[in-house]
Design a binder for this molecule. Structure first.
Ligand code: APR
Length: 228
């Protein structure tokens, strides 16, 4: 059972040049999430949705992990099973920084899913709506990401780990999208210390707040963690 559960959000990748969703100029101020991040939007216009994720996949490919990703990767390496790293992010910057066993609760940009037979395979950089599934050959390809209204991955694993941990840390997330937004309440209900690391405090629900840019606050936090 991990002693520490870390949840990361878009703010962790902000300094790598990948936009967040709800900050000024964020992704959801540029695109209507109902059109590009829901099953209904995909059913209406799969070409448009693939174009949106092809753009994000290309941006992700051009980005590099930052000091916060690197610090968390070192923490996973040194703490092993004592640390569970969960991300809401669909980029692969944690992995490219060397992090092990990252739980992508909202899926991954570098994954493809067939919505006809549920086959999964590594996504090409550019996906097209009429790409045939490698397994069933049906043109039913979608990005392997969790859309609004769909169930995030590994919820039972994550929530039971938080309930049994010593510490829950939320980094770079606005805490506005459930079920991830409710993780701090699970920590509070189970007497688990909760720490928020963010540019700006989001809610008064955390025991401690480390305010600042992730590339500064996260390496400092990991240093104290590894020295304690
Ligand atoms: N350092 C630390 N925190 C930062 C930084 C930074 N450099 N830049 C921004 N932040 C913080 C913001 O203050 C905000 O609280 O990151 C957070 C980003 O919030 P959102 O844009 O809402 O991103 P996130 O919380 O990850 O969104 C959750 O919503 O749209 C869905 O599936 C999507 O996974 C996403 C989920």
């Amino acid at each position: 059972m991990p002693r520490i559960v870390v949840l990361t959000g878009a703010g962790l990748s902000a300094e790598s040049g990948l936009g967040t969703f709800r900050d000024v100029g964020g992704l959801w101020s540029q695109y209507d999430l109902n059109e590009v991040a829901t099953p209904e939007g995909f059913a209406r216009d799969p070409v448009r949705v693939h174009e949106f994720y092809n753009m994000r996949r290309a941006n992700c490919r051009a980005a590099a992990p930052n000091a916060a990703h690197i610090a968390l990767a070192k923490a996973t390496e040194q703490l092993g099973d004592a640390l569970m790293l969960v991300t809401q992010n669909v980029d692969d910057l944690h992995e490219r920084a060397g992090a092990q066993n990252v739980i992508h609760m909202h899926g991954r940009l570098d994954g493809a899913l067939c919505h006809h037979c549920d086959h999964r395979w590594p996504a090409p950089l550019v996906m097209q709506a009429d790409d045939p599934c490698p397994a069933c050959q049906v043109a039913a390809t979608r990005p392997d990401v969790v859309w609004f209204g769909e169930m995030p991955h590994e919820m039972e694993t994550i929530t039971s780990a938080i309930a049994g941990a010593d510490m829950f840390v939320a980094i770079g997330t606005s805490g506005t999208v459930y079920p991830a937004a409710g993780f701090v309440d699970i920590a509070q209900d189970h007497g688990v210390e909760s720490v928020e690391i963010n540019l700006d405090p989001t809610s008064g629900r955390f025991d401690r707040i480390l305010q600042g840019k992730a590339t500064e606050t996260v390496p400092a936090f990991v240093r104290t963690l590894l020295n304690s």
